[in-house]
Design a protein around this ligand. Structure first.
Ligand code: ASP
Length: 336
């Protein structure tokens, strides 16, 4: 018995010692950043710009791997199982907080299986439709989809994605159920919107802005309470006719639970520096994404869903979970 305890202590000493040594040398090899949606979509865009800037900070390459499907929960499950050594990171958004309200069985706990490194950005969403959708503004769109609810369809990135949550809020607001078409990300959903195979979606500006500006899709409203400098001609949902519709999508960077604190601190510092990077700031601004100010990125704030934030565009996690909970459960029951 004494021998067994002694052996256990020796093992623990070497295990922890190994981690301490690794933390001091960290990073010494390529870091993988898992994005739980398809390549080319909004989370991918946010993550790739960040990974590039963090690579310069950490003097090591960060590569993005897309592990898409099931509204982000497949990628999250992969990260929850990954070795907590700082070489697997995770970029996810508001859907990470709301997944437990939508999925009856998750193999991970978004709070206890992950170590938050910091918030990345707040992003606006836009209600967009295929180029030849036969309506000119939001009011006309609402009348049209209510009258043609068996014909029109709404694309999203799977149950629990931001576009799905926004779609649920929209269907609740207009009191109409629509057929939804889930993809593994709004990257591929956008391809079908551009090709006219789907009718409309509510998606982050990081994925819609260039197509709106090129005139390849129609835009009816932004979901933030204020208009965006990147799309000044586009009205807010309130201005366009849905006074209570507000939604913003935050992204955050995580590591698997158990990643040593010195590594988390190192990554957190690199994240902060990356968010000051001129290229990141310029590209985020062009795409309508706001890097999160440093005072909102501390762990206690991140854990509490930024409750203390006065910024209206940041929807507190718990609040959104409560808002989507009831309608989402109903829709999931009906549609899955
Ligand atoms: N973040 C998803 C993506 O990158 C889109 C969504 O959540 O609606 O595809």
């Amino acid at each position: 018995m004494v021998l067994r305890v002694l052996l256990m202590l020796i093992c623990m000493f070497f295990f922890l010692g190994g981690f301490q040594a690794n933390a001091a040398e960290y990073p010494s090899k390529v870091i993988t950043v898992i994005v739980p949606f398809s390549a080319g979509g909004p989370s991918d865009t946010v993550a790739r710009l960040l990974a590039q800037a963090m690579s310069s900070q950490l003097k090591i390459q960060l590569i993005v791997e897309n592990v898409a499907g099931a509204g982000g929960t497949i990628g999250a499950a992969r990260v929850a199982q990954a070795k907590p050594d700082g070489y697997t990171l995770f970029v996810h958004h508001i859907g990470h907080a709301t997944a437990p309200a939508l999925y009856r069985k998750l193999t991970y706990n978004p709070i206890t299986d992950f170590e938050p490194i910091g918030l990345i950005n707040d992003g606006a969403m836009t209600l967009v439709a295929r180029k030849d959708f036969p309506v000119k503004n939001l009011k006309e769109l609402i009348t049209y989809v209510k009258a043609n609810k068996d014909k029109v369809n709404l694309a999203n990135a799977g149950v629990g994605s931001a576009s799905h949550l926004a779609g649920l809020l929209f269907m609740t607001a207009i009191e109409t159920d629509l057929t939804t078409i889930p993809y593994k990300g709004t990257g591929p959903a956008m391809n079908d919107l551009l090709g006219g195979q789907v009718d409309f979606m509510i998606d982050q500006t990081t994925n819609t802005t260039s197509h709106i500006k090129a005139g390849k899709i129609q835009v009816y409203a932004v979901t933030t309470p204020q208009r965006l400098p990147s799309l000044p001609g586009v009205p807010t949902m309130q201005e366009a006719g849905l006074p209570n519709f507000k939604m913003t999508v935050w992204h955050a960077l995580y590591a698997p639970k158990g990643t040593p604190k010195p590594i988390i601190d190192r990554l957190s510092k690199a994240l902060q520096e990356a968010l000051k990077d001129a290229n990141v700031r310029q590209r985020y601004a062009e795409l309508g994404a706001d890097p999160v100010p440093q005072d909102r990125t501390s762990k206690p704030k991140l854990r509490s869903g930024n409750r203390s934030s006065k910024k209206p565009v940041s929807m507190p996690t718990d609040e959104l979970a409560a808002v989507v909970d009831v309608p989402a459960r109903e829709h999931v029951r009906r549609k899955l």
